[in-house]
Design a protein around this ligand. Structure first.
Ligand code: FAD
Length: 355
């Protein structure tokens, strides 16, 4: 069977599904097929999307396309809220309080060639620096800003329903190479590669600059008194990679506690000593959580952030005369860059002679 005029999206994480959403709204008369080994509802260390915090706090500092991807996503999340999708999609707007244990220069918070945090001009109310009496012991500086948290379970199934509603087909399938995919779906107009950490192993790609940054989280029940803001503490010198965060998922979706950033670590097992350490760090960071021993744990989890040494890859490539558009390598920022990444990837199709 020929798939002439179809577009195939390999991968059903946040990037694959958002790319499918973008494709279906820009090319409503084109058949779009998402095919993936893991689909929303599945849990696997190699399927990063369910494990994310996930909050919006840009780490892009390129004064260019990566910042643009985050900005597009922030505006889109705002738009989805205004359209009434908030609770249905698991998108919650709330302040985020971030502390850094090192100076702004050492933390690298400024954009290339500037002395400014770029998203100051993006977020409502800008960045509000904290006074010294609001900064905990050991931290160097901190600020509040208007951010989002995403309840990944709700959001992935909402995204899946969104694209199914637009006529996108979603199929289960595992491919050892792109050649394998081309053979299964011959003559498609283009193939989007949204395989996350899978790009490390996928034949015809085998991107050795893709590597895991292990993350471990604890999902707890909301305490009786709501936690009304997110907390982040960035401690680059810490053994675990220096990420402590508390991300409430609305009033009733529980709270994600994290975390760690363990580079090149493929271990998918929960480390219970690390889990205890995470709970202690989080209770210190957000005293309204109470004591670690009183937290009501729903589950522990481990996910591998699909990082890439040269940053995310959003690129067009002709492989054996098949048009491939890569959209992977989003590390710890796949949600907060998702709508911008999908837009830039689909732009590459729009500007190709294959359309
Ligand atoms: P994935 O979600 O991993 O999806 C990859 C897809 O490709 C899957 O469907 C898989 O089955 C499929 N696939 C791969 N290879 C093949 C193959 N050969 N054949 C068929 N299918 C294949 N991001 C944020 O923005 N904010 C946060 O606060 C945040 N916190 C995080 C905390 C943790 C603990 C972790 C682990 C991640 C966090 N992230 C966060 C990062 C975010 O989760 C990822 O960037 C994002 O999920 C990557 O999405 P993806 O679609 O590229 O990959």
């Amino acid at each position: 069977m020929s798939y002439n005029n179809s577009i195939i999206v390999l991968g059903a994480g946040v990037l694959g599904l958002t790319t499918a959403a973008e494709l279906s709204s820009r090319f409503p008369n084109t058949r779009v097929i998402v095919v993936a080994k893991h689909l929303p509802g599945d849990r696997d260390k190699l399927y990063a999307s369910p494990w994310a915090g996930a909050n919006f706090e840009p780490v892009s500092r390129d004064n260019g396309p990566a910042e643009e991807r985050d900005a597009i996503t922030y505006r889109k999340l705002n738009e989805l809220l205004q359209q009434g999708h908030g609770d249905k999609a698991g998108i919650y707007k709330m302040d985020c309080r971030t502390f850094y244990d090192v100076s702004p220069e050492d933390a690298g918070v400024f954009s290339n060639g500037t002395q400014a945090i770029w998203f100051d001009r993006l977020v409502e109310g800008g960045i509000r620096y904290l006074d010294s009496d609001q900064i905990p012991l050991g931290a160097n500086f901190g600020f509040d800003f208007q951010s989002f948290t995403i309840d990944t379970q709700r959001y992935l199934s909402w995204l899946q329903n969104l694209v199914l509603g637009k006529g996108v087909e979603i199929r289960r399938g595992a491919y050892s190479s792109l050649a394998d995919l081309f053979q299964r779906f011959p003559d498609a107009k283009s193939y989007f590669n949204c395989t996350g950490i899978g790009a490390h192993h996928l034949g015809d790609v085998k991107d050795s600059s893709v590597y895991p940054v292990r993350g471990q989280i604890v999902l707890i029940e909301n305490p009786r008194e709501p936690v009304t803001r997110q907390y982040v503490r960035v401690s680059p010198q810490a053994d675990n990679g220096g990420a402590t965060y508390v991300f409430p998922r609305g009033r009733h979706g529980g709270i994600i506690l994290g975390g760690c950033r363990q580079e090149d670590d493929w271990d998918g097992e929960v480390d219970m000593d690390l889990a205890k350490d995470i709970m202690q760090r989080c209770c210190k960071l957000a005293p309204e959580l109470g004591k670690p021993e009183d937290l009501k744990v729903i589950h522990h989890g481990v996910g591998l952030r699909p990082s890439r040494r040269h940053g995310a890859r959003i690129e067009r490539e002709l492989i054996n005369d098949n048009m491939v558009i890569h959209n992977y390598g989003a590390g710890g920022f796949g949600y907060q860059s998702s709508w911008g990444a999908a837009q830039q990837a689909v732009d590459l199709l729009s500007t190709s002679s294959r359309l």
